[in-house]
Design a protein around this ligand. Structure first.
Ligand SMILES: C[S@@+](CC[C@H](N)C(=O)[O-])C[C@H]1O[C@@H](n2cnc3c(N)ncnc32)[C@H](O)[C@@H]1O
Length: 293
């Protein structure tokens, strides 16, 4: 069976992909591959799961965790991230968000100030967090992977300033301080750490997984967007099959992923969404039990 036929075999989700402008944006990070458009699915899944804890092993911009905690869809959450710059951001944001917010309000992004930030190694966790946030908001597409360039045009030709909204960013950082006692951030490999978390929490945990794309089917987005884009997808699927938590996982509908969904008899629906070049990219929302067909 060709990959195209296999994709067409999945039902389309009954929940439409939303315009991201209609969903509260809670993350200070602007994340390539961010899943804000998936929030209605995440909300319905968590209401159905009734879990006490949310585990997000590939946190990135942390959109699922921040939404679930702010909207009281779970009591607590654990976020994991392997990228040391992104991890420094989250640790710094939870530990000293108020000071970071003040720095954001006072910073003026110019090519000179950005290059200084880029070339001087951070001397503290707070500096490291600030550096990650500034680079994330001023680089083209929010890309932090090595080799990314600063925005030249951006919104309204404002270049590096096109995504630098100091007041909004400061407010999002301050809002995190209201929920940091309910979120645990762990720096490390989400695939390696997942089994011990699942052993501890069992059926009381819900797991939201948004790994880097496989790069199959001609979309090598993962390696361009993230410094860490290699994930053992087969191992991840096998772990979910072994521990059987309530999970929602989102992936590119590549032949490898379609095979893994079938192999483990997971449920999946198709979503059609536009990528940054406005091409249609089929995305699979994979769940432990049927929910969106
Ligand atoms: C698709 S992004 C997540 C985007 C996020 N869902 C959002 O909406 O902002 C994938 C993230 O997983 C991280 N990552 C890759 N491999 C990982 C691993 N083994 N453990 C933890 N994080 C990993 C990447 O650095 C990247 O930040």
């Amino acid at each position: 069976m060709s990959a195209a036929t296999a994709v067409a075999d999945f039902p389309v989700s009954r929940i439409p992909v939303v315009n991201v402008a209609t969903v509260p944006q809670r993350s200070p990070l602007r994340y390539p591959g961010g899943k804000t458009w998936l929030i209605p699915h995440i909300r319905e899944w968590l209401r159905h799961a009734g879990a006490r804890l949310l585990i997000e092993p590939f946190a990135g911009g942390g959109i699922a965790t921040l939404t679930a905690i702010a909207e009281n869809l779970v009591g607590e959450a654990v976020m994991l991230e392997i990228d040391r710059d992104v991890a420094a951001f989250w640790r710094g944001a939870f530990e000293s968000g108020t000071t970071l917010a003040e720095r954001v309000r006072q910073f003026e992004p110019t090519l000179e100030s950005l290059n200084k930030l880029l070339n001087e190694p951070p001397r503290s966790l707070e500096e490291h967090a600030f550096r990650t946030l500034v680079l994330n908001r001023t680089r083209r597409g929010g890309i932090l992977a090595p080799g990314a360039s600063f925005s030249r045009q951006g919104e309204n030709g404002r270049g590096i300033l096109s995504r630098w909204y100091p007041d909004t960013l400061a407010e999002r950082l301050l809002a995190l301080q209201n929920c940091n006692d309910r979120i645990t951030f762990l720096e490390g490999d989400g695939v390696k750490l997942l089994p011990s978390l699942l052993r501890g929490w069992g059926r009381q945990a819900a797991v939201f997984l948004d790994p880097p794309y496989t790069g199959d089917g001609g979309k090598r987005a993962g390696s361009r967007l993230y410094a860490h884009s290699e994930v053992d997808h087969a191992r991840l699927f096998a772990l979910l099959a072994k521990y059987r938590p309530c999970f929602l996982m989102t992936y590119d509908a590549s032949p490898q992923i379609i095979d893994l969904v079938r192999k483990h008899d997971f449920d999946a629906v198709l979503l059609s969404m536009k990528n940054t070049h406005h091409n249609q990219m089929p995305e699979l929302v994979i769940t432990s039990s049927p929910l969106f067909a």
